[in-house]
Design a protein around this ligand. Structure first.
Ligand SMILES: CC(C)(COP(=O)(O)OP(=O)(O)OC[C@H]1O[C@@H](n2cnc3c(N)ncnc32)[C@H](O)[C@@H]1OP(=O)(O)O)[C@@H](O)C(=O)NCCC(=O)NCCS
Length: 149
């Protein structure tokens, strides 16, 4: 049920991500930024409706980020987050990336799948280029996790 996103999914992805962003669990994404990065996204659908999403963002030949991982509240706890995360990891493997990272408030979820928590300073500076748009830029409290592939 996990497949690459299409333009038809953009509104649903936007709503899902921003639903959790309103609760401070994720960063807000504009609809424009979702259109621009739509090819990064995988979605999971149930009954024709998008109920989960994840994105794999490429940074450099040896680094990519798993971001915007979200499962709708009523579909949580049914293995969808796992399928999405593993789908993004598989994409990274297909691209011959040696590692992926995530910035998250849910490190324990990622650790279940072999990610390890690292010091954010271990990530290269280019990772922080989006942070200038973040309201928490000066006080980032997300945890960095990395998976070697
Ligand atoms: C975190 C999230 C993606 C998990 O999705 P989910 O579909 O509910 O998770 P799954 O059902 O696939 O869970 C897979 C396993 O992880 C465990 N798990 C789920 N959420 C967890 C969490 N927050 N911390 C630790 N373990 C977690 C489950 O118990 C399950 O374990 P099991 O295989 O031993 O039974 C989902 O809760 C979510 O969208 N949260 C809000 C947004 C968010 O915080 N995203 C995080 C990335 S920025």
């Amino acid at each position: 049920m996990v497949r690459p996103a299409t333009m038809c999914d953009a509104d649903a992805v936007h709503q899902l991500v921003n639903y959790y962003a309103e609760q401070g669990l994720m960063l807000h994404r504009s609809l424009e930024s979702i259109y621009e990065s739509l090819r990064d996204f995988l979605v999971c659908c149930r009954d024709g409706r998008v109920v989960g999403c994840v994105a794999l963002r490429l940074y450099w030949r040896d680094l990519a980020e798993i971001r915007s991982l979200a499962v709708s509240r009523e579909h949580r706890g049914r293995g969808i987050g796992r399928e999405l995360l593993l789908g993004a990891v598989q994409e990274a493997r297909n691209l011959c990336l040696p590692r992926v990272f995530a910035l998250t408030y849910e490190p324990a979820f990622f650790e279940k799948f072999g990610f390890r928590t690292v010091d954010k300073d271990a990530l290269p500076p280019k990772v922080w280029r989006d942070c200038i748009h973040c309201p928490k830029a000066d006080a980032c409290d997300e945890v960095a996790v990395i998976l070697e592939l």
